[in-house]
Design a protein around this ligand. Structure first.
Ligand code: ZN
Length: 494
């Protein structure tokens, strides 16, 4: 927006706004979601679900046809269903694109997790998308735009109150930028702030409102809000928990909804072009069973769920089979499992010990847990287990010298907050140091350990020394996939 604007923000509902006489008033709406990994509801069906979001979108369009839906990144990965192999390749977000197409999404930007999948898979997804993808700072390795992506997305809003002979349409420009975490070698990342600065400069003479559709951490969004007075609104993602803040001298609003469409934001915008005054009334809408599913979108969800389940069956799973019950909620939220032990992490650790009966202790990386959800008490299906550990991996049995074991455990603690935080069973830490099965850890002793095979690759944070070549390891054997071990543990608990 150009000179002399003032920005007034009405929070939540009920701020009717009356324009002055002979004005041009533009009313439009945006449905915002971000960080959506599951096409189905989460939390045992209590929350989320894109077929419900589709219904809300239809309702908003009935209320005001000038409604746009935007997704602020992270939708192709990681998800359990995306790991299912169909026709020889993982789905890798194909299910999500199909559902977002059915829902009628208008626009997305890249999240960092879009680059978890291979370049060929990403290019394929971009071909399948019926919605636009706007990106400013993310290019392919040759510095070109990925196919079917664009540097900006312009749309026009017609005046809803026009008391002049002519009311030209309002020109809104949406620009997209993405954080450079989980860098992929096939992607070139530019600086988000510099990119937006440049893009705004180029478009300023021909744009009334600028919206940033971003996938950045909050401090980066705050920096954009402070540094770019022309930016009117930031719709962000990446944080997984809902946020609203007003930042900078001109109080640029930043909004993020909860991951997995547990909530979405509905923004109702009113622009008075004489006063250059933008009012934003924003409502965080919980997506719950109260909202009926849109039948068309629900049918597409069901189709892809079935395709994915067929793929899992070919891998030896029976996804819909109930394998046990849990009497307490199983907390698999990333913010929990990367910092502490929960009923879910203990269940997995117990499964390691069951798989290696001679083991005195179990160790695995919390980053293997990708469900980022709490399973309520009640029945647990094999698909729930796949959701916990979508990438699976073998359980290894190995003898480890105490000295090395101590070093591994210490590093696991240092990794708190990341996926390298280690979850264990048979291990305690007290003021007197590490205890294994209640006995002080002895550096000169050998311990039989059930451990995630992945940890023996040296690829975990700070654990580069932990490879098969380390002389502190011997008698290595690889066993079954951890998901089958968890299924066996749940069946045994019945
Ligand atoms: Zn992200």
């Amino acid at each position: 927006m150009r000179l002399g604007r003032s920005l007034a923000i009405g929070v939540a509902l009920g701020l009717g706004w009356m324009g002055p006489a002979a004005a041009e008033i533009y009313r439009f709406q945006i449905l915002q979601l971000n960080d959506v990994y599951e096409i189905t509801p989460v939390q045992g069906g209590r929350s989320g679900g894109l077929a419900r979001v589709a219904t809300l979108l239809k309702q908003l369009k009935a209320e005001n046809p000038q409604t746009w839906s935007m997704l602020a990144g992270d939708y192709l990965s990681p998800s359990a269903l995306g790991t299912a192999k169909v026709n020889g390749d993982r789905l890798a977000g194909q299910q999500m694109v199909a559902v977002l197409n059915a829902m009628g999404l208008d626009l997305a930007t890249f999240g960092n997790h879009e680059f978890d999948i291979s370049e060929a898979q990403l290019r394929q997804r971009l071909q399948e998308q019926k919605f636009a993808l706007v990106t400013g700072n993310v290019l392919d390795a040759q510095g070109r735009l990925f196919p079917n992506t664009q540097t900006d997305y312009q749309f026009q809003v017609q005046a809803t109150d026009c008391q002049k002979p002519v009311c030209p349409p309002l020109k809104v420009s949406v620009l997209g930028v993405t954080i450079d975490s989980n860098q992929a070698p096939y992607v070139r990342y530019g600086d988000p702030l510099k990119t937006l600065q440049q893009q705004i400069q180029q478009r300023q003479s021909n744009t009334d409102l600028f919206i940033g559709l971003t996938h950045l951490n909050l401090s980066q969004d705050q920096q954009l809000a402070r540094s770019l007075p022309a930016l009117d609104l930031i719709l962000g993602g990446h944080e997984h928990e809902n946020i609203q803040q007003w930042v900078g001298d001109d109080f640029t609003p930043i909004f993020k909804a909860d991951a997995n469409a547990r909530t979405v934001y509905v923004h109702r915008l009113t622009y008075d072009s004489d006063r250059r005054d933008l009012q934003i009334s924003s409502q965080l809408v919980p997506i719950t069973p109260v909202i009926p599913e849109d039948p068309t979108t629900a049918a597409v969800v069901q189709t892809w769920l079935e395709k994915g389940f067929t793929g899992f069956r070919a891998q030896g799973f029976d996804p819909s089979a109930i394998v046990g019950r849990t009497t307490e909620p199983l907390d698999g939220l990333e913010s929990s499992v990367r910092n502490e032990s929960t009923a879910l992490t203990r269940l997995i650790a117990k499964s390691y010990l069951r798989a290696v009966p001679t083991a005195e202790l179990a160790i695995y990386n919390s980053g293997a847990i990708r469900i980022d959800d709490v399973l309520p008490s009640g029945p647990i299906s094999q698909y729930d287990v796949i959701r916990m550990l979508p990438f699976g991996g073998a359980i290894a049995s190995v003898e480890m010298r105490g000295e090395l074991l101590q070093r591994v455990l210490e590093q696991g603690l240092k990794n708190r907050g990341s996926g390298g935080f280690l979850q264990t069973d048979g291990v305690q830490r007290s003021d007197r140091g590490w205890q294994i099965q209640g006995q002080p850890l002895r550096p000169d002793r050998w311990y039989r350990v059930a451990i995630a095979d992945y940890l023996l690759t040296g690829q975990e944070k700070g654990l580069g020394f932990l490879t098969e070549q380390n002389p502190g390891l011997r008698s290595l054997q690889r066993g079954q996939d951890v998901r089958f071990a968890v299924i066996a543990q749940l069946q045994a608990q019945r």
